[in-house]
Design a protein around this ligand. Structure first.
Ligand code: PLP
Length: 397
């Protein structure tokens, strides 16, 4: 497997000590943090926890730097970014904030993560919207056609993944969003599996809302994520919860007076309206560090590496007897996620054996019954070789 990187893969791998113990092919679930990012993370935790209120200002500056860094990364303005705990938060906030009636349709796909399904299932139970579905194909044109056929006059919102967590297929989201814009249908894109793999630009995508997290392909800290709300869509979202930080003007006991409900306060006029109370400001310092670390390697180089590495994985896997590949071939239609099944093996058992007997960290997929491996910026030919050796040995059992 040739590696046309502009970064030093061996040095990158040395910064990830767990690679000495395991074959890590599970960035699609949780990324691993480079040592320099971890050092920044620990320093931020130490400073804030030791300093308490003394360190508050520095922690808050770090928090706002993270907001600006995320905004730059996805082509948004800082005021359009709410910092959240994870990608699910973003979906749940939209689901709980958007005023939908029981007959308004929320169109999504058959490959969504529970992060999408559960918040909208709950919204439906509470009389806010009703889920409807279309099937994702490995051919984006077929996916788009199925999407168009599934749109109804009552469709108010389309919620789709940028990259399917099941097959790694890239959805034709720009075409989907353009179609929706022409019909006044709102769009929410789940970018949990795309941000960090290849450029994600919310303006080019043309969506109204987007959600993502820091702990997968950005290899940042757990408990960090973002919700993008296009500036002119902000007034559509009335948060279900509020606290200090989310209301304007800032808290003033005299202003709230004896009748706080009717005092002249409002939600702040930015996506910060979803953020209130004391927060884990220090974690977001490491989100900035993680994004800057990967940016330093070069986003184009990372994408090139993922494209060539995942192509090598797919070619090698497809050449194996009894292996069924479920991910699209072309890089433009796919991602670093590769899903495959092996004849005679359930995904669950194959995943267990790879993990327990060969220290190959991946995840099982339920539908299709298969295993999913992630090719990340640090994945090398040795990882593929170990996977193939394990598959050969398992087939002989
Ligand atoms: C497509 C997709 N969306 C959302 C999530 C959930 O992300 P989080 O744990 O940050 O809420 C995942 C996690 O695997 C995912 O694959």
């Amino acid at each position: 497997m040739s590696s046309p990187n502009s970064y030093d893969l061996a040095a990158v791998r040395r910064a990830l000590p767990v690679l000495e113990e395991v074959t890590y092919l599970n960035t699609g679930t949780v990324g691993i943090m480079a040592e320099s990012v971890l050092a920044a993370h620990l320093a931020a935790v130490t400073q804030y926890e030791r300093g308490g209120h003394v360190a508050e200002r520095a922690a808050r500056e770090g928090y706002e730097r993270a907001r600006a860094t995320v905004a730059r990364l996805i082509g948004a303005e800082p005021d359009e970014i709410a910092l959240t705990r994870n990608a699910t938060d973003g979906v749940a906030l939209v689901a709980a904030s958007l005023p939908l009636g029981p007959d308004d349709l929320v169109l999504t796909t058959d490959q969504e993560h529970p992060a999408v399904l559960l918040p909208w299932a709950l919204a439906q139970r509470r009389g806010r919207g009703r889920l409807s579905f279309f099937a994702v194909s490995s051919d984006p044109e077929a996916t788009f056609n199925r999407f168009v056929q599934a749109v109804r006059p009552a469709t108010r919102l389309v919620v789709v993944s940028h990259v399917s967590c099941e097959t790694g297929a890239r959805l034709p989201i720009e075409a989907i969003c353009a179609y929706c814009r022409e019909r006044d249908i709102l769009t929410l894109i789940d970018c949990a599996q795309s941000v960090g793999q290849f450029p994600v630009d919310v303006r080019r995508i043309g969506c109204d809302f987007a959600t993502g997290n820091g702990h997968k392909w950005l290899c940042g800290p757990k408990g960090t994520g973002f919700l993008y709300v296009r500036a002119d869509r902000l007034q559509l979202l009335e948060p279900p919860l509020i606290g200090e930080g989310a209301a304007a003007p800032p808290f003033d006991r005299r202003l709230l007076g004896e009748d706080p409900a009717w005092a002249p306060w409002a939600f702040v006029a930015s996506a910060r309206r979803f953020e209130y109370g004391t927060r884990n400001l220090h974690d977001y310092a490491a989100l900035t560090a993680a994004i800057e670390y990967l940016g330093g390697l070069g986003w184009e180089a990372i994408e090139r590496h993922l494209a060539t590495t995942s192509a090598a994985f797919k070619e090698a896997l497809a050449a194996e007897r009894g292996v069924m590949l479920h991910s699209p071939w072309r890089w433009e239609d796919s991602s670093g996620l590769i899903t495959f099944g092996v004849e005679g093996w359930s995904g669950l058992e194959l995943s267990r054996r790879l993990w327990d007997d060969y220290a190959i960290i991946q995840r099982r997929v339920q539908v299709p019954d298969a295993v999913r491996v992630s090719c990340a910026y640090f994945t090398g030919p040795e990882d593929l070789e170990r996977l193939l050796v394990a598959l050969h040995a398992l087939r002989r059992r």
